[in-house]
Design a protein around this ligand. Structure first.
Ligand code: AMP
Length: 557
């Protein structure tokens, strides 16, 4: 699909950056990328109003990487992010897009890790520095020249940085950079404080935001489910069990994701196929025909590949990955509810994408109600309901045709009709889990977070260089209170999820939060004693992984 690759190709990115983008599997630029990339490439200062999920990271990473000179071994671009998690995420994105740029190095600089190696990497000529403001200021105290060669500065999630109290640090950082630098500011909201920063530190900035015209969607019932990124496949499988769909289209962002999800669904026995920009036209037509006539029930597609797809059988649209903008959302869900029928649209939302959900609600003027992940009992009930409805029509005349055979078989085997019926059911259901215990064993919710969480915690400890801590119990540090939530590993929670939620919604700095212990059915978090009641009331409506956090002071006795 050359005209699609043309989407990125027309943007004038450095050829090696373009090659990496194509290798990543992106099919076309998102709305914010289309608008921001030319502005940043042209060297303008810019204010971008965009939230997570719009593709904003690539919107600044791609043009900035295109303008960096990898032969110069000195810091050229600085990206400031409010939290360690976001800094790491942005650094990883830069690394991905710079894969085909030999000599280009990226360093993430954040608190909680030793300073020495970070400073060394900067001095050794990492051209891109991604940092949290607090830690960067610590570095500036050691070496005030460390930012003297920066030509591009990005403030990512500027509103969040101010909420976390980084205003003073930002001022120190601005002063340490050449005035001739380009400055790009991204923020989901533009409160007065952000506008003040922009007036003071940006030069004739261009404004970029996604147009959010009101869109109408009718006859489509919309719902969302909060889920962590690494649980999406498990969540999709559960939803599919309870949703009564005829045909369904699942939207993801990359070609690879279409293949991965289609493979997972096929392995579960669904008639599913992938549809992406790499699939040849005749094969694409075959997939659509199969969806029309029922040889396929699920198609996993990218936005590009699903363009123009019109199959009246589609009763459900599942947005497995968030669309880049409300307009694509409206487009996607318009694949259902055709020919006057009602359709259902489901949207998986990761905690960081909640703002995007609000934008969608505002633009469509409709509430996208929340659904919870079906539990084992609901999955079981749905399976039994399906079994009932497949067997019920067979019962009516079965006795007349097979009654005698039944008598003979029970006599020959020497068993009751009930025993024989049970044996036939076992055969017919082909090993499917049909008791609660079996269903729960079959659908473990978080296949990936347990080992990751362990390594995260152990690395946190080794940062502090205290290997004795490895075996709890750990004494509580002075000034800290231990709090408990009923969310644990079995809810799919990892330490980083709790940390992210508390940082973002509690307005704390990373250093204020102590140890986080995630157990099977609960978790413990160390928080500052000072102001604890206020903090807990601030967090009273916070949800993690779609469930209420309900953090309470924990008394061990
Ligand atoms: P962001 O809004 O920057 O947090 O990006 C959200 C996600 O979208 C990330 O996982 C990116 O890898 C992905 N992404 C960004 N741009 C594109 C694109 N043009 N096509 C497909 N995926 C993209």
């Amino acid at each position: 699909m050359t005209q699609v690759i043309g989407g990125f190709a027309a943007l004038d990115l450095h050829p090696n950056i373009l090659a990496a983008v194509i290798a990543t599997g992106y099919e076309e630029p998102s709305a914010i990328q289309l608008q921001a990339i030319p502005v940043i490439l042209a060297g303008h200062d810019m204010i971008g109003q965009a939230q997570t999920g719009t593709g904003k990271t690539a919107a600044f990473a791609l043009p900035i990487l295109s303008r960096i000179d990898p032969t110069k071994r000195q810091p050229q671009a600085l990206i400031l992010a409010p939290t360690r998690e976001l800094a790491l995420q942005v650094a990883t994105a830069f690394e991905t897009y710079a894969k085909q740029m030999p000599g280009l190095n990226v360093i993430a600089v954040y608190g909680g890790a030793p300073m020495g190696p970070q400073l060394k990497a900067i001095r050794n000529g990492a051209q891109v520095v991604v940092a949290t403001p607090g830690r960067l200021v610590d570095h500036l105290r050691r070496d005030e020249k460390v930012l003297s060669t920066i030509q591009h500065l990005v403030l990512d999630e500027a509103d969040e940085m101010l909420k976390l109290g980084f205003m003073d640090d930002l001022e120190v950082i601005f002063k340490a950079m050449p005035e001739t630098r380009q400055t790009v500011l991204f923020s989901a909201t533009l409160p007065h404080s952000i506008r003040t920063i922009a007036e003071k530190h940006l030069r004739e900035p261009k404004h970029v935001r996604i147009e959010t015209k009101t869109q109408t969607v009718t006859a489509i019932e919309q719902a969302h489910l909060l889920v962590h990124a690494d649980q999406k496949h498990a969540a999709v499988l559960r939803l599919l069990e309870v949703e009564e769909f005829d045909a369904l289209i699942a939207f993801v962002r990359t070609k690879q994701a279409t293949l991965d999800l289609a493979a997972v669904l096929e392995a579960r026995g669904y008639k599913a196929a992938a549809l992406n920009g790499d699939i040849a036209q005749n094969q694409r037509e075959r997939v659509i025909e199969s969806l029309k006539d029922g040889r396929l029930d699920i198609v996993v597609a990218t936005d590009v590949a699903a363009r123009g797809l019109d199959v009246p059988r589609i009763t459900h649209v599942m947005n497995v990955d968030m669309p880049y903008d409300p307009e694509s959302y409206v487009h996607r869900i318009g694949r259902t509810g055709r020919a006057g029928r009602t359709g259902r649209a489901l949207l998986l939302v990761t905690p960081r994408e909640r703002r995007m959900l609000q934008v969608i609600e505002r633009v469509t003027g409709q509430k996208v109600s929340e659904v919870r992940l079906p539990d084992g009992q609901q999955v079981l009930d749905a399976r039994i309901k399906k079994l009932t409805s497949s067997l019920a029509p067979l019962v009516a005349d079965a006795e007349a045709s097979h009654g005698e055979l039944l008598d003979r078989l029970t006599a020959e085997i020497g068993c009751s009709p009930r025993a024989l019926a049970a044996a036939l059911l076992r055969k017919a259901t082909n090993g499917q889990a049909l008791t609660l215990a079996e269903v729960e064993r079959e659908q473990p919710l978080v296949p990936t977070s347990a080992p990751r969480e362990r390594s995260e915690r152990s690395s946190e400890r080794s940062d502090r260089g205290d290997s004795r801590e490895r075996r709890a119990p750990v004494p509580l540090a002075e000034g800290r209170a231990r709090c408990r939530t009923a969310l644990g590993a079995r809810d799919g929670i990892a330490a980083k999820n709790l940390l992210g939620a508390i940082l973002n919604e509690g307005g704390l700095v990373r250093e204020a939060i102590g140890r986080i212990q995630v157990r099977e059915s609960f978790s413990l978090v160390e928080l500052p004693e000072d102001g604890l009641e206020r903090l807990l009331s601030k967090l009273k409506d916070t949800r993690v992984g779609g469930k209420p956090l309900k953090l309470r002071r924990y008394r061990e006795d």
